[in-house]
Ligand binder design. Structure first.
Ligand SMILES: [Zn+2]
Length: 221
């Protein structure tokens, strides 16, 4: 994709995040790595449902505005932390998915391997410790986790996913929240057993056969 297409794609996926209820008001941000020290990102203070391609900003690796009419979001440092830790990823999405956040409020983790497709995509889904939203402390809080997974929850705040493309990062966000919804229901219904070691072995084998090389959080391989 060229830069024009990337700007359009960010706007489209912003609308989809909004329609899925994963962002309210001006919540959330999407970014793409354009090249060394250049990132295309959604601006500060805009609804993700209302953005136009020309609203995007370009920032450098220090979080300074390089191009665009609007302001760099304070959450851009969290995106930068993800790009720094993961040279292999090209896109980062941060949203505030309802079920995912609710589970963190209740102190319920998504790390346990219970859903095979979630395990295949992420391994376990960790929860980064609480930090003030939009702070540099929040950016530091995700580093040790994003090194080892493509999606995580941020305690009392939201979720962050990464991908080789914007669409991949978006689908991971959708999948993460879907898993949170399923687990919310299942844990409300009763006891949920984790996958056993033989089931886990087969998932890991299938991943290898499909050539999936993304990290698996907390899974012995
Ligand atoms: Zn946020």
């Amino acid at each position: 994709m060229n830069e024009v297409e990337l700007r359009e794609s960010i706007c489209k996926l912003g609308v989809r995040l909004y329609e899925l209820g994963m962002v309210a008001a001006t919540d959330g941000n999407l970014s793409v790595r354009l090249g060394p020290d250049r990132y295309l990102c959604t601006p500060s203070g805009m609804s993700k449902a209302e953005m136009l391609p020309e609203d995007m900003i370009i920032a450098d690796g220090q979080g300074q505005l390089v191009a665009g009419e609007r302001k760099v979001t304070s959450e851009f440092f969290t995106h930068l932390a993800a790009y720094e830790e993961r040279p292999d990823v090209m896109a980062v999405i941060h949203a505030h998915p309802t079920y995912g956040i609710a589970l963190t409020l209740a102190g319920i983790s998504l790390e346990a391997p219970v859903l095979p497709e979630t395990v295949a995509m992420f391994g376990g889904i960790p929860t980064a410790p609480y930090a003030t939203p939009s702070s540099k402390e929040g950016a530091e809080a995700i580093r040790p986790y994003i090194r080892e997974c493509d999606g995580l929850l941020m305690d009392r705040h939201g979720a962050l996913t990464v991908g080789k493309t914007l669409m991949e990062a978006f689908m991971k966000m959708e999948k993460l929240e879907h898993a949170a919804q399923i687990c919310y229901l299942a844990y409300a219904l009763g006891k949920v057993a984790p996958l056993n070691s033989e089931q886990m072995r087969k998932i890991i084998q299938a991943r290898t056969e499909y050539g999936v090389s993304s990290p698996m959080y907390g899974v012995e391989r």
